[in-house]
Ligand binder design. Structure first.
Ligand SMILES: [Zn+2]
Ligand SMILES: [Zn+2]
Length: 407
């Protein structure tokens, strides 16, 4: 049995015991499936009922299955224009890869198939022979905590600022992040342009100092009064005041783009500076107006960067996009793209709670893997070696294309 057949066999066993019922209005959705190392090989599929979907999963056991956020009159019709678009859920996706985290240098690596060279982090070409390399991404608890924090912030903004947090479902992506689906009638008719506007608001695209909260045109530098504005503007202003009150002179110099002597001035006068901000005045630093303007611009940029949500833009704008079916298996990890009830989201531990397979011991040959945690155990690092792993860890590495079954 080869690796692809092994995964299929295990996925089939899983689906024979676990029914999937996570897609409302299933008859109006387009589906797509993927195969070993290919996330989408076929689209424009259609299931008339939940039972039909589950029959398919038990019989075919696709390694990936996605569904349309959109509702169609005829989901299987092609091309796209013939499907009869009826509206679309809003879907937001966070992936650890988009967060620029330091830990990626520790657990991500590249591998050159041509000369066998490998290294940490991500590069395009082999440092030895120059060939294009394969990139391998892993996740750790830090990655998944960071994506969870982003999701919690998104929930707050959708609820408190945009008022569209209704009929929401959250699920683990099965790999490196989380998905959120808003399925209320309210969002279904939104055009691509309206969806783009929402994403721009969430990611603070177009939010600049002078366009949004500051006025540097006169002698006195002004800002919007934090208590007089709402939403993103208030968040950015509050973040600035929080930064000024907590940052060290070194941090003020680095993020404000000013000399340490001026940063010390800000640090010593922080109470007065914050008091002025509350009255809509941005204090002058010693020196020219230009220095003060630069400092405040940099500080607004820094606060904006902290407040901007790092979500996948394409997923939320593209009304024809297909996304992983919640509660199905992810073929690159063997983990369940598990639905997480909102009240349990904070405590949810994907690397433990999304494990689908058991602990039966399996012998595999591992090309390479960093240290990683899965289930209740720690594994690795491995390099060109045989190992006996619990089934769930073997499937995790086989799915990533880093290990093979030993006969
Ligand atoms: Zn090479
Ligand atoms: Zn990490």
């Amino acid at each position: 049995m080869n690796d692809a057949e092994f995964l299929k066999k295990k996925f089939r066993e899983y689906y024979s015991k676990h029914a999937v019922n996570s897609v409302p209005s299933i008859e109006a959705r387009e589906f797509g499936i993927g195969d070993f190392k290919k996330k989408i090989v076929k689209r424009h599929m259609h299931f008339a009922s939940v039972a039909e979907l589950n029959n398919f999963l038990r019989k075919e056991a696709p390694l990936y299955i996605s569904y349309s956020a959109a509702y169609y009159k005829e989901p299987e019709a092609r091309p796209m224009e013939n499907k009869g678009f009826l509206g679309s859920d809003l879907v937001y996706e966070f992936d650890a890869d988009d967060l620029g985290l330091d830990c990626k240098e520790e657990h991500d690596f590249w591998y050159c198939k041509r000369c066998g060279n490998s290294g940490k982090g991500s590069v395009k070409n082999c440092s030895n022979c120059g060939s294009a390399v394969e990139q391998y991404q892993f996740v750790c608890e830090k990655c998944l905590d960071a994506t969870k924090k982003q999701m919690l912030k998104l929930i707050k903004v959708l609820d408190e600022e945009l008022g569209i947090f209704e009929q929401v479902s959250i699920n683990f992506s099965g790999n490196a992040g989380y998905h959120l689906h808003i399925r209320s009638e309210k969002v279904r008719p939104l055009s691509s342009a309206a969806r783009l506007e929402l994403v721009d608001y969430l990611t603070l695209a177009g939010f600049t100092a002078e366009a949004s909260i500051a006025d540097f045109s006169e002698k006195m530098l002004k800002c919007a009064k934090p208590q007089a504005v709402k939403g993103a503007k208030a968040r950015v202003l509050n973040r600035m005041m929080e930064f000024i009150s907590n940052a060290s002179p070194d941090e003020l110099a680095a993020f404000g783009g000013i000399r340490l002597s001026k940063a010390r001035y800000v640090h010593e006068n922080r109470a007065k500076i914050i008091e002025k901000m509350k009255q809509g005045i941005l204090d002058y630093l010693p020196g020219s107006k230009a220095i003060s303007v630069k400092f405040w611009q940099n500080l607004i940029e820094h606060a904006k960067h902290c407040e901007a949500l790092k979500l996948d833009r394409q997923t939320s704008i593209d009304i024809h996009k297909i996304v992983r079916v919640p509660d199905t298996l992810h073929g690159s990890t063997g983990l369940i793209a598990k639905t997480v009830p909102l009240e349990h989201f904070k405590e949810f531990m994907p690397l433990k709670q999304a494990v689908a397979f058991g602990s039966r011991q399996i012998k595999v040959f591992i090309n390479k893997a960093p240290k990683f945690k899965l289930g209740a155990e720690r594994f690795g690092p491995y390099e060109n070696e045989q190992a006996v792993l619990p089934e769930y860890a073997a499937i995790y590495l086989i799915g990533k294309g880093l290990a093979s079954l030993c006969e």
